[in-house]
Design a protein around this ligand. Structure first.
Ligand SMILES: N=[N+]=NCCCCNC(=O)[C@@H]1[C@H]2[C@H](O)[C@@H](O)[C@H](O)[C@@H](CO)[C@@H]12
Length: 457
């Protein structure tokens, strides 16, 4: 755990915001409680074969009922901020129109409890759980989704803006599209190279419409959260260099370019060919809205080679000397520094938050008591991952990046989408049989990092 650099050098800027992140469907449970409507994940997870072991979000971490206990835990850990998402179908059970006040009340109570405990809420409007009723109307393939999403955003802005001062429209449009519309591993489980560009473009239109709606209502900050995975060429061949350009355009530029530059990278037409539509300029005018920050979710890099694959014709080269997480992702902290400096160099000095960073390593299903009788979970690999990645952020700040905060993924072990409960990302262990929460060693360590504003690194 020791680091060659002087610990004193590791202090972060005053006001740097230290927190943790979760998402509604991954932790809440009770998906249909109090008048909520089904989401595409309620539907997808209950479709046989779609998730590991048939795992669903029916219970998850039971946060919908244990929210007050969980805020108390956040306070004990010394979190300064908490990034969470709202389940759209709790607020608008049919996706538009009728508001379910009980759903709105849940999030209002949660926000008030966070504020009462000195924890700043960061609210994500969409973290993958579209109301099923809207999917029945075409979902992200229907251009009306921009109006639907703006309407939902307006309901939330009017209810919570002021108590919530940092809003996020979408979480990771790349994963929504690649997983939900191209490869089918995520809800709604489509597999179409023709649908993927349409869903992706409409997601960005919806983002723009929600930001426009915020500018009419809101008085604080709104941004977009993207996952960025830096691509490194496997060899110095021209073929691998071209593969890197394709992979980088597809995963990283495809979302920040339209949002911040009002254009798409040219490689997308090469990748999708006849499946890449021509978009009207009015769409780009809608998508490109002034943003107050960009949220960067960083997990890993990929060493990329030219290969036969669909649709990118790229492959990922496993690194023999690399360390890999339980999700098969290489531990590569330098990739986070490179990512942050790339965003700054390409898009300018926009403020950034690391809105997700963390790792799944094996943790036991039950937290056993140690010699003191206290339940304990030793997670040295996760601590090492976090220490190195927080250090990488400090390097990016030293390189001139305007990084405003860090949200560890995740506060709690939770439902890892199609992988069910098989992967544990939490700094707090959840015993799914008893719902007991146990801060892991990484949580105890993170508390010290927060209290020292990074000096403890
Ligand atoms: N190969 N490969 N590359 C890594 C690409 C990462 C894409 N997945 C994410 O970023 C998801 C994000 C999501 O917000 C959260 O809801 C998920 O629980 C975490 C953990 O999976 C991450």
């Amino acid at each position: 755990m020791t680091d060659s650099r002087n610990a004193a050098d590791r202090t972060f800027p005053n006001g740097f915001l230290w927190g943790a992140a979760t998402a509604a469907h991954q932790i809440e449970g009770s998906p249909m409680a109090d008048g909520a409507g089904p989401s595409i994940w309620t539907r997808f997870a209950h479709t046989p074969g779609m998730t590991l072991n048939g795992d669903t979000g029916d219970v998850a971490c039971d946060h919908y009922r244990r929210w007050k206990e969980d805020v108390k835990l956040m306070k004990e850990l010394g979190l300064q901020a908490y990034r969470f998402s709202v389940s759209w179908s709790r607020i608008l059970p049919e996706g538009t129109g009728r508001v379910n006040q009980a759903g709105l009340d849940f999030y209002s109570r949660l926000v008030d409890e966070l504020l009462a405990n000195g924890i700043e809420p960061l609210l994500t409007l969409y973290h993958w759980d579209m109301p099923a009723a809207l999917d029945d109307r075409g979902g992200w393939l229907n251009r009306d989704c921009a109006d639907w999403f703006a309407e939902y955003g307006q309901v939330m802005y009017r209810a919570l803006d002021g108590r919530v001062k940092k809003w996020v429209t979408l979480n990771e449009p790349w994963v929504i599209t690649d997983g939900g519309y191209l490869h089918g591993a995520l809800a709604p489980g489509h597999r179409s190279r023709f649908e993927a560009p349409i869903a992706s473009h409409n997601l960005m239109r919806a983002h723009g419409a929600a930001v426009q709606a915020y500018r009419a209502e809101g008085k604080h900050e709104i941004g977009l959260v993207v996952n960025i995975e830096p691509k490194y060429a496997a060899t110095d061949s021209a073929e691998d260099a071209a593969a890197v350009k394709r992979a980088h355009a597809y995963m990283n530029e495809q979302y920040l370019d339209p949002a911040l530059l009002g254009t798409y990278p040219p490689e997308l037409r090469e990748i999708f060919g006849e499946a890449w539509p021509e978009w009207p300029q009015a769409d780009f005018d809608l998508i490109k809205q002034k943003l107050d920050f960009i949220g960067v979710n960083y997990y890993t890099r990929s060493v990329t080679k030219d290969a036969v694959s669909y649709p990118l014709n790229t492959g990922v080269v496993r690194q023999p000397s690399g360390t890999y997480t339980e999700t098969g992702w290489e531990v590569f902290p330098q990739g986070l520094t490179d990512t942050l400096t790339w965003v700054k160099d390409r898009y300018g000095d926009i403020p950034m938050y690391i809105t997700e960073n963390g790792a799944a390593f094996f943790d036991p299903p039950v937290a056993e008591p140690d010699s003191t009788g206290q339940r304990r979970v030793r997670d040295p690999l996760r601590m090492d991952y976090l220490q190195k990645h927080i250090g990488a952020i400090h390097d990016a700040i030293q390189a001139g990046c305007d990084i405003r905060g860090y949200m560890v993924w995740s506060l709690l072990d939770n439902l890892e989408w199609s992988l069910g409960y098989s992967k544990r990302f939490g700094v707090v262990h959840v015993n799914y049989a008893t719902q007991d929460r146990t801060p892991k060693d990484s949580a105890r360590w993170y508390s010290k990092v927060i209290a020292s504003n990074g000096k403890f690194l």
